[in-house]
Design a protein around this ligand. Structure first.
Ligand code: AHR
Length: 307
């Protein structure tokens, strides 16, 4: 059973529930809010005590929180890593104390893959490819694009950057004329888009944003510049949050590639197995499937969206 899985000092929480330490990236936008809620709700539903640590967008904070969960002797750890690298040492601490770590949402790049049990999240490389495929179809393979990247060093940033380029590389008519980080944030997306508009003005045909929040910031900047988002400039982004569907219904966003944040249930289903030692056939990567949504069908879909 869950409770006799012995970690460190075998500490368990109130009512003998197994204790999971969850290290979150921060609260950069709407997607992240939905992700945190999903993990909290799934923990409760599955009968766990969740200890929550907010990394506040700093890897340093996340590493401290992880070390502290190890010191507390929690039964398991869920880590949503801000960036891909720099985790080896702290994950080794967890391994030494026999505390299993599940990587959620973003990936880690570590020398020794046995430092975590499994990764659960979206296929963010494929999301970048899907965005590019949609764009080629939409523009006939001819457009000047500005790109709003996510947080530097984060796996979805790296993957959405590469996935997009791997597809447009074959299409010489699509040209990326500017690319900069907006840190997955609405305010930063707006700021960077203002700079792009100043520098490139009428040249810009398309905005490719690594998440919806930055696209929504960019929409604001485009409107402030007296242009019509969705028509004068095409926008394609990733996540599929409610605000993106609203923007599509208003005609201001053309496409969003879903990145499902409702990862809590899958995480705790896996955690149940991990804590009962049933990981024989558990894959090292468990990817959630994403869909592509366009403004043309946003109205029909919006009410069915759960985040
Ligand atoms: O890691 C997933 C990404 O993180 C989401 O696409 C983005 O909105 C969030 O900040």
């Amino acid at each position: 059973s869950k409770s006799d899985s012995s970690s460190a000092d075998g500490s368990s929480g109130e009512n003998d529930k197994p204790v999971i330490g969850f290290v979150q990236t921060g609260s950069e936008g709407d997607w992240r809010k939905a992700h945190t809620v999903s993990v909290r709700e799934a923990a409760e539903a599955a009968g766990y005590e969740l200890r929550f640590a907010d990394g506040q967008a700093k890897q340093e904070n996340q590493i401290k929180a992880l070390s502290s969960f190890v010191a507390q002797g929690v039964d398991g750890i869920i880590l949503a890593p801000l960036v891909e690298t720099g985790w080896d040492n702290v994950l080794e601490k967890a391994k030494k104390r026999n505390i299993p770590v599940l990587i959620l949402d973003r990936q880690v790049d570590v020398k020794d893959d046995s430092l975590f049990v499994t990764y659960i999240g979206a296929d963010t490389y494929n999301e970048g490819r899907l965005a590019a495929e949609w764009l080629i179809e939409k523009t006939g393979g001819k457009a000047k694009v500005v790109e709003l990247q996510g947080t530097p060093g984060a796996s979805p940033t790296i993957n959405r950057y590469n996935g997009f380029r791997d597809v447009i590389g074959e299409e010489s008519g699509i040209e990326i004329i500017a690319s900069q980080s907006g840190d997955f944030r609405r305010s930063k997306g707006k700021e960077v888009m203002e700079a792009f508009l100043k520098k490139h003005g009428d040249e810009i045909d398309v905005v490719y944003a690594h998440n919806d929040d930055m696209a929504i910031g960019a929409i604001q900047a485009i409107e402030d510049a007296g242009k019509k988002p969705g028509d004068d400039i095409i926008l394609v982004s990733i996540d599929g949050v409610r605000a993106a569907f609203e923007a599509m219904v208003e005609g201001k966003l053309n496409c969003t590639v879903e990145c499902n944040p409702l990862q809590g249930p899958m995480a705790f289903e896996a955690m149940d197995k991990i804590l009962s030692g049933d990981i024989g056939d558990m894959p090292k990567k468990q990817m959630i499937k994403d869909e592509v949504y366009e403004r043309e069908n946003a109205k029909e879909v919006i009410d069915s969206r759960k985040y």
